[in-house]
Design a protein around this ligand. Sequence first.
Ligand SMILES: [Zn+2]
Length: 70
Amino acid sequence: MNCPDCGKDMEYYTVGLKKSVLNFLLFGFGSRSLYLFKGARPEQKIITPHERIASFRRHSCRTIVMKPSV
Ligand SMILES: [Zn+2]
């Protein structure tokens, strides 16, 4: 996949959610999901806590493209 910002080739990765000690201190045990927002309204759930999705990254321009399965 080519980067939509600079047009160069992107590397394949996966994106997922990971709990850390800091997250635990800030948010407790509550599970989190990653959402795409349109203004203030959540429009699409992208990742649930135990899911990973295909992603592409161009390190030099810091662009990340995610491709959810649904
Ligand atoms: Zn780029």
